[in-house]
Structure formats: C-alpha cells, structure tokens
Design a protein around this ligand. Structure first.
Ligand code: DQQ
Length: 522
C-alpha cells in the first residue's frame, strides 16, 4: 500500500541521488524537452492510459511535483515545476517548463534548470519562484545539499543561466536553529526586494523567514514574517519519525501576496495547503483568519501568480494516491491542478473558483432541472456519463441529511465515488471507499468543514478527468482527490440524497475537450 510519504516524495536515498546527479545533468543538457525520456517508447502506452488526465497539465512523462515560479511574460503564462527526467519517481529535481497563451493549452519547453555537478544545487534544484528584475526574468530557487538560495536569469524565457556567484544566501541565520530553509519567493516594495523562505522551529512551530535586498543579490535577514502553531500536532503514521513537515514544524512553499484589502499567506505542511488571511504591517504578517485551501488530501505545494487581468491565480500539485510501484510502472506521476482564481470572500475567508478560460473546453452540453432526489433515486439517463466532464449542480438541501453526487459509478455499483455535503456535520467530503476494485490505491474518506447558510443552495462544480476529481463548492471551498476505477464502464453520474429529500435545482454537464490528441498535454 502506498504511503503518504511516497506521495509527498521526500528523499529516501540522498547519497544515491547525488551521485546520479552529474549523469543526469548531462542528460538534461542534451534533452530538448522537459519530458522526453523514453517518450518514443512510452508514447502509445501514455496515450492509452485511462488514468491519465486529458485536460489537466502534466509533463509528457515521468515525475512532477510542486508548481514553481508561475509568471506571465509578454502575455503568455509560464509554468515551471519540480520534475525528474529520470523516471516516474521523486529524485534528481529539475525545473520543467511549459507555456500557455490561454491557461488551458500548453507547450512543453526545454528543461529550465538542472543540478550542476559540484555546484550549490548539486543535490537538486528545489522549489522557488520567478520575478522580473529590471526587465530580466529571474528564477530564485533552493539548491541542495545543504539548502541554499540561488538565482538564474534568462533573456528569452527559454534558456536559463545560473548566477555565477550562487548561492546568494548560503544558509539560515546561524543563530536560528531551523527545521528547513527552502522554497524562496520574491516581490518588490518601493526600491526594496523582499524574499520569504519556508522554515520552522523544532518543538515549536512552522515559520516564514523574511529577507531584504536592494539589488536582489545581497540579502539581509530581517525577522520572521510570521510564525504559527503547528496546524496538527500528531505526526501521521505515514511519515518517518522526526520529520518536521509531519508535525507542522516546517512550513514548505510559503506564498505571500495582497488580496483585496488583506494579505494572504499560503503554506504547505503535513500534506495539506493552509491559508492565513490577515494584515501586513511593519513587514510583519498578522493572521486573523485561517483555513484549508483544499479539503481533499491530495493537493500540495500551492503557488500563486498575478496576471494582467488583475487576477490572483493559484496552481497546485495533485499527488498520486496509488502505490509507488503502480506509478513507476505507469511512467508518469503527478498532475497540475486547474488554475484557480482567488478572491477575498465577503465572510473574510478565501473565495476560490476555476478560471473562466476552462469554459473553452466545454462541449456536448446536457441540462436538466428541478429533480427531486430521494434516498431511492438511482442513475440519471444513460447519456449522462463520462470520465472527462465538467458537472455543475445546484441543490436545495430540502430535509436531506446528506446530499450530493455519485460519480465514476459502474452499472452494478461495484465502483463508485460519492461527493456529499452533510448538513449535520457541516462537512463536504468525497467517499472513495468504493472508488476502485484495486487494492493498490488509497480508498478512504477525505473532506473538511463546510457549512451552508440558512436557505443557501449548494453549488457544486466538479471536474472529472480520468484519475483526477476537482470539486469547487459554492465558490468558497475546493476538494481535490484521485480515484482509479478499474472498470471501463465506471462512468455513471447521479444525484444522491440520504435521510430525506433534496432538490436538484439544475444540473449542467459538459464533456471536456482534450488539450492534446494523445494525452501528452502539449
Ligand atoms: N518539494 C520540493 C521542496 C519543497 C517540497 C522538493 C514540497 O523544495 O519543500 O521537490 O513538496
């Protein structure tokens, strides 16, 4: 059975990893596209893999994790990501790269960054960000081992040159005993550059360190931008004892940005993405509200970017929920979440919706309205089915205790995934316990706190894409999960109510166009 650790992909054999870095760096230099290892021989297999998404971005093959340095440049969206060109497993971290004109269709570009043998990133090019310094696109990332911060620049956004005097920060302030020192993010205030770095303190809390610079090369440590209690104190059994990410004593991938009148800090720890909303004064962040950016268990390392439409767009890594043996054999692992637009909700919490550009993929619309849903309601007409759909459902709860949708359902019900809103428990959750007949995949219940105001209908916008399910609920919650049905006919969709009758006010279903003819996503 796959563990959370495998999904989160911490280095398990770093010595072996470092010794292979030189060969892989050479490989990367001679590999034009970010995803070309054995693509020739894998192409047919990948194109025919029913678990492989068709309209989510992912590399053509191999391993992907965190989104890195999303940036709009000359009108195009650029997305970098943690990538292992050596196979579908975590290790030998590079930065893959792709660009898009419309946020939906992608072009794979050459690898942006590879470890340099003997250099400060010899052990891997870990996560980071992008910014534009005097017109020059610049990447800032963590080189390992040990964890240090490095820069790279480009004249054309395609070819990247590492700064000759890397690292620009060669370790945490010596007086601080931190649990980690990685995942830098840079922005400008007046004539000053600011940089956050993910960190934490053993036995205490996660933290974000704040640095300042006039030239983006010489950096001075200021103080912690924010420290916070570990979000959950019990380490998961899936993590090795003493891993500070397991307890929330290490905050990974901090992302700090203004939103409306407030500031938001997103951090990743314990396998989840948390957000804090608050005020930013005197270069200190004062959180006032907190929540989970995603109620599922498989979105991690989220990272945002502003765009020229004035939006704040969030990207995230959707992890695998099957055994490492299964994804290694498949030849690919990891998917990028659909672009999510963030707003400040009227209740002070985070508003979150899919980018409207995704509507371009809709086709073959079906609609029905005003359906009474009782515990004995079964499937919808046969034509509402599929594994590449957008479903928009509005429910009035009526007197049902729980209501929602049954998806990826086999005709005999032997495989099915339930999306439910429980009014009693004030909870939204996905029940994956029957999502697959395979025992090699995670089958559990994932969800979190979600409440409807009196009389408020529930709006569920669901994106099904092979093994990915992304749910947007009432524009204020997301729930991302993976399911791996084994049956080709596990495609049914139907409304569902328990303990009473709910009303399906409307149901719109679209088939979603694939973004490439062969599931290679470019
Ligand atoms: N992934 C990167 C790290 C980051 C972690 C390594 C989060 O930089 O802390 O692949 O998933």
């Amino acid at each position: 059975m796959k563990t959370l650790l495998q999904g989160l992909a911490k280095p398990t054999n770093r010595r072996q990893f470092i010794s292979s870095a030189a060969a892989l760096a050479l490989f990367a230099k001679t590999t034009p596209l970010a995803s070309q290892r054995n693509i020739g021989s894998l192409r047919e297999k990948l194109a025919a893999d029913p678990q492989r998404p068709r309209y989510h971005f992912l590399p053509a093959a191999n391993w992907m994790n965190d989104p890195n340095g999303p940036l709009q440049w000359k009108g195009e969206y650029h997305l970098f990501y943690q990538y292992n060109p050596n196979g579908a497993f975590w290790g030998t971290m590079h930065w893959g790269h792709a660009r898009s004109k419309d946020l939906v269709h992608w072009e794979h570009l050459p690898l942006a960054l590879a470890p340099t043998p003997g250099g400060p990133d010899k052990g891997g090019v870990f996560s980071g960000s992008a910014f534009v310094n005097q017109g020059v696109p610049t990447l800032v990332y963590t080189g390992v081992d040990p964890e240090v911060q490095c820069l790279a620049t480009s004249a054309d956004m395609i070819h990247w040159e590492k700064f000759s005097a890397n690292p620009v920060i060669n370790g945490p302030p010596p007086e601080l005993k931190v649990t980690g020192f990685r995942d830098p993010s840079v922005w400008r205030e007046g004539d000053t550059w600011l940089m956050t770095i993910g960190a934490g303190f053993r036995g205490k809390e996660g933290a974000v360190l704040l640095y300042r610079s006039k030239d983006a090369i010489h950096w001075d440590y200021l103080h912690t931008l924010c420290e916070g209690p570990a979000f959950v104190s019990q380490p998961s059994k899936d993590w090795p004892a003493g891993d500070p990410v397991a307890t929330g004593e290490m905050w990974e991938c901090p992302d700090f940005f203004p939103l409306g009148e407030k500031h938001v800090l997103m951090i990743s720890t314990q396998g989840f993405v948390f957000y804090l909303i608050g005020s930013y004064r005197d270069r200190k962040f004062h959180p006032e509200v907190q929540g989970r950016a995603d109620l599922g268990g498989h979105l991690y390392a989220a990272k945002s970017m502003p765009d020229n439409k004035g939006r704040r767009i969030l990207w995230g890594w959707i992890r695998e929920a099957r055994s490492e043996a299964a994804y290694r054999a498949a030849g690919w692992a990891g998917v990028m979440a659909l672009p999510r637009v963030l707003t400040l909700g009227s209740d002070g919490h985070l508003g979150i919706e899919p980018a409207e550009e995704l509507k371009a993929l809709r086709q073959n619309h079906q609609r029905m309205a005003n359906v009474s849903v009782t515990p004995s309601t079964s499937a919808l007409p046969e034509r509402v089915r599929g594994d590449g759909l957008e479903i928009l459902a509005e429910f009035h709860p009526g007197d049902a205790e729980e209501f929602g949708l049954r998806m990826r359902c086999a005709p005999d019900g032997s495989e099915q995934t339930l999306l439910l809103c429980s009014r009693k428990e004030k909870r939204l959750y996905l029940d994956r316990r029957q999502s697959s007949l395979s025992s090699d995949v995670q089958r559990d219940v994932q969800g979190g706190q979600f409440d409807l105001k009196p009389g408020e209908p529930l709006r569920l916008q669901v994106f099904l894409d092979a093994s990915v399910i992304e749910v947007f609920a009432s524009r204020r919650a997301c729930l991302t999960e993976r399911v791996y049905p084994t049956r080709a006919d596990s495609l049914g969709v139907s409304p569902l109510a328990r303990g009473g009758t709910a009303r399906l006010l409307s149901l719109d279903v679209w088939e979603m166009r694939a973004i490439s003819p062969d599931r290679l996503t470019s």
